[in-house]
Design a protein around this ligand. Structure first.
Ligand SMILES: [Cu+2]
Length: 181
């Protein structure tokens, strides 16, 4: 009899513990487990709106962090671009050498071909108007004067340096002479 009593007490105790556990769980689990409809309004209304709103707002003032990564990315891109520019500097377009050793720049409508050439000190550059329009070659202190089609103009660069020129008739026509040793 005593054994049955003990077993009964244990069984009742287990039942009570189980019931207590079930009773304590409902408040927590009912929302996700029991009914999806009723629980959702409560958790969604309380935690979602107040909490997310509160967190973003507090972090929004910290809008500084987002802006910080941007300046970091820009220098990186510039570094890559500068490296590309450095590597492409070597194969500058070269002009067609004339039998005389002069460098030929063809003037077309509306540009100089090639737009950038390298010459050595003392080398003569010949511009020839291969276009149908009138052009000229205007440097810093030298000027070809108006050049009708087929007309040529010569200029010798005796020093190392970069010399830019343009067409005074069509000012967006520009060219560069680079004197190298
Ligand atoms: Cu022109």
């Amino acid at each position: 009899m005593v054994t049955w009593l003990i077993r009964g007490v244990l069984a009742v105790g287990i039942l009570v513990v189980g019931l207590l556990a079930l009773a304590s769980r409902p408040p927590d689990s009912p929302s996700p487990t029991t009914a999806g409809a009723p629980p959702s309004p409560t958790p969604a209304g309380l935690p979602q709106s107040p909490t997310p709103a509160g967190v973003p707002q507090s972090s929004m003032p910290g809008g500084a962090p987002p802006s910080a990564p941007t300046p970091t990315a820009e220098p990186f891109v510039q570094r890559v671009v500068s490296r590309v520019a450095r590597e492409t500097q070597a194969p500058f377009p070269t002009s067609t050498p004339l039998p005389s050793g002069a460098a030929l720049v063809s003037i077309v409508d509306f540009g100089y071909m090639p737009g950038t050439i390298r010459v050595h000190p003392g080398q003569t550059v010949v511009w020839r108007n291969d276009g149908r329009e009138e052009h000229d070659v205007t440097g810093e202190d030298w000027h070809s004067g108006p050049m009708e089609p087929t007309i040529e103009y010569r200029q010798t660069f005796g020093t190392v340096g970069t010399f830019t020129y343009r067409c005074s008739i069509h000012t967006d026509m520009t060219g560069i002479i680079i004197g190298i040793q």
